[in-house]
Design a protein around this ligand. Sequence first.
Ligand code: MRU
Length: 367
Amino acid sequence: MSVLPQPLRTLWLNAEEELQVINQIVLPHKIQVETLKTTEEVFWAIKNMLVRGAPLIGATAAYGIWLAAKAAPAADWKNSLAQADAYLRDSRPTAVNLFICLDRMKTTWEQANNLAEAQSACRQEADAIVEEDIEICFQIGQHGLKIIEEIAARKNGEPVQILTHCNAGMMGCIRWGTISSPIYQALAKGIKLHVWVDETRPRNQGSKLTAWEFDQHGVPHSLIVDNAGGHLMQHQAVDMVLVGTDRTTRQGDVANKIGTYLKALAAKDNNIPFYVALPSTTIDWEIMDGLKEIPIEERDAEEVRFVDGLTPSGAYEKVRICPENTPARNYGFDVTPARLVTGLITERGYCSASQEGLEALFPEYKS
Ligand code: MRU
């Protein structure tokens, strides 16, 4: 992605060792890099979705702890880091990566003997989280590629039609993305494909981020309204659905952006495979039943009542799309039960959406 100052990453440290992120609120209209200097700025960036997407939220929070360590008073640094940890845990509730990364950071700083050691260990751990995500997403691409290849082999040269929801691409991760990694790798192998991109109301991660990202990478795609997927599936215009996840339970239920469940229902009714691409950092091994146990974020109703974008004259505007006093509710995620998921694509390979499937790939978490 040549448009970015640091090619192919959503988060990096600049020469002054300052945390840099791409502001995802203003994409695709502006490419704006932000410097996050404090834990409070990291919290704000996560909460307000300057950075979003499960792996990126986790990685950004990890650097938030590093920033807290850099600012901590020598006399009381452990207490200061404990406060930063609790504070960042409150930024968003659904993506488990946030909590897994903060747990990792906590283990790291708790083992340090002094502040200098904590600062250096926190930096190393945050860097490791970032590098691991890049490798994990690359491996997801390798495994997902096989599925795309199998479908392509049946299509007699016609493009493989993929439908996706939200943005589980590079913008939700550090580099490759989860659903976009197999897509980029398939394209690089010369496989013909086309992606139906759900706009993903109310924050429009599909139209703002996935469409932008695919445009940058030359992925053939068409933007569709969120409700079009069922119609396309009924008319054989979709070969596979491929989405990401914010939290996957031990039994293979997945929480993803609101509307994902409806896509899974439509896919089931039309015998279309529904795949979820996930780094193991989105598996919550502590819970089984996604419907009962995954906390679903409810965001500000104003996100539903207003839309924003560019006017024909090029001005950026926000407009209300309902009567002034219309109340709204804004549920951020829904849970797709494992029975509707054809399979999970992880960095260790492909498995059924089930406890047996996940534990076979990750035996270290066997119950
Ligand atoms: O509210 P968001 O934009 O953070 O929600 C993101 C999603 O639902 C993504 O699909 C998910 O995090 C996977 S990102 C690889």
